[in-house]
Design a protein around this ligand. Structure first.
Ligand SMILES: Cc1cc2nc3c(=O)[nH]c(=O)nc-3n(C[C@H](O)[C@H](O)[C@H](O)COP(=O)(O)OP(=O)(O)OC[C@H]3O[C@@H](n4cnc5c(N)ncnc54)[C@H](O)[C@@H]3O)c2cc1C
Length: 364
């Protein structure tokens, strides 16, 4: 998505773009994510500003490319007790609460917004600015629009192996591609070419487990999170969160796998649900069952009914700046050659702005 949106901005500004993809079709984090255009938990300041601008761009691109599936669905972070509610209240007291569209809802008000939530909770933090797109097809939809521009070429099944001279790369078919600028958007592929160009990259890899269910059989009108997500997003840092963390541990499974619940409905009615976070290498090559049991239990408690059959399970890896306050790592690695990686768990959200910033900085 980061590469595709660089192509988008370059084509918008009148340039010809060649996008080189090592797989026959992209298979990276951009397809494996929730598709959450997530404003609610972003840190105040630059990160929030980026997410809000990104949401604007997603909305305008979505109007031109309806197959992206952009929808302004908002999110509800459900709370179950007074301590969790206090964290939501602290979020509401932020200076930037209005910019995020925060509101604190009672359980009944939350059910009016999202009637599928018939289970147990006492209230919810509503974030009006949150939105969603369809990750499995977003890149394909953008590509189709780019191809229609006549200014874009997609070269799949070719790995970029070498930067040669200025503003040129060689792929693993031995072909050389030359341009006015080369932007390497290699996602979490940080070895090989990337290690040669930037050996001390301040970026790490993070692995997550996810699932998707059969159709729910009714609309889930908003994205849904549980209060564990308060523990992971900077916007919720407050004395109320410190108190919650001090006296109320996560369940052992949630703590062991660094979990929160995030859930969004796909256009076919299925639910994308996650997630876990693993930082230690080597990453597991298999997916573990305990986190799925935990998520199924939490979701069932909020929906007040069992989870539909789990249809798919997968893991994904994203690249994240070690300094997590940075939105992305953008580095000039040779004359005319830039590396853009490390957007972390907000890369789907922020990619239109990350690419727009590159375009502005390079004077496209
Ligand atoms: C499970 C999961 C859930 C997430 N949920 C969200 C979310 O809801 N919202 C959000 O904002 N973010 C989310 N993220 C983060 C987001 O998905 C990523 O930050 C973002 O997709 C990164 O995009 P990318 O284009 O940099 O990487 P990728 O999508 O991984 O793309 C990199 C591409 O580069 C190609 N490539 C690599 N090296 C070469 C080479 N040498 N030559 C040619 N091609 C090459 C790869 O094949 C790949 O297609 C999530 C991530 C994961 C894993």
């Amino acid at each position: 998505m980061v590469g595709t949106l660089h192509a988008w901005h370059a084509v918008e500004r009148g340039h010809q773009v060649v996008q080189i993809e090592r797989e026959a079709e992209a298979r990276g984090a951009s397809l494996r994510n929730f598709g959450q255009i997530w404003v609610s938990g972003r840190a105040g300041g630059e990160e929030l500003h980026t997410a809000l601008r990104a949401r604007e761009l997603w909305e305008s691109i979505g109007a031109r490319v309806p197959a992206l599936g952009f929808r302004a669905n908002g999110s509800l972070t459900l709370v179950r007790d007074e301590r969790e509610r206090a964290v939501a209240e602290a979020a509401l007291a932020r200076d930037d609460a209005a910019a995020r569209g925060y509101e604190l809802l009672t359980a009944d008000q939350a059910r009016e917004v999202n009637p599928a939530l018939r289970g147990e909770f006492t209230g919810a933090l509503w974030c009006e600015r949150d939105a969603a797109v369809e990750p499995r097809t977003a890149q394909l939809a953008l590509r189709k629009a780019l191809l229609a521009s006549g200014s874009y070429t997609f070269l799949p099944g070719r790995e970029v192996r070498e930067v040669i001279g200025e503003r040129a790369v060689r792929d693993d078919h031995g072909e050389v591609h030359t341009g006015d600028a080369v932007v390497l958007c290699t996602g979490a592929a940080l070895g090989g070419l990337v290690r040669e160009l930037a050996p001390d990259l301040p970026v790490r890899r993070v692995r997550l487990q996810m699932m998707q269910t059969d159709p729910l059989g009714e609309p889930l009108t908003t994205s849904v999170a549980d209060a564990d997500s308060f523990r992971y997003y900077p916007a919720y840092r407050s004395p109320a969160l410190d108190e919650l963390a001090a006296v109320q541990a996560q369940t052992p499974t949630a703590a062991a796998y660094k979990m929160q619940l995030l859930m969004v409905q796909r256009r076919d009615g299925g639910l994308t649900i996650g997630d876990t976070h693993a930082y230690e290498h080597p990453f597991a090559f298999d997916v573990l069952e305990d986190p799925y049991d935990h998520l199924a239990e939490v979701v069932a408690s909020f929906l007040g009914r069992p989870l539909p059959k789990i249809r798919r399970r997968w893991a994904g890896v994203y690249a994240q700046c070690v300094d997590t306050t940075r939105v992305v790592h953008r580095q000039q690695v040779r004359d005319g050659v830039w590396l853009v990686t490390g957007p972390g768990g907000r890369g789907m959200t922020c990619s239109p702005v990350i690419a727009e910033t590159t375009a502005n900085e390079l004077g496209w």
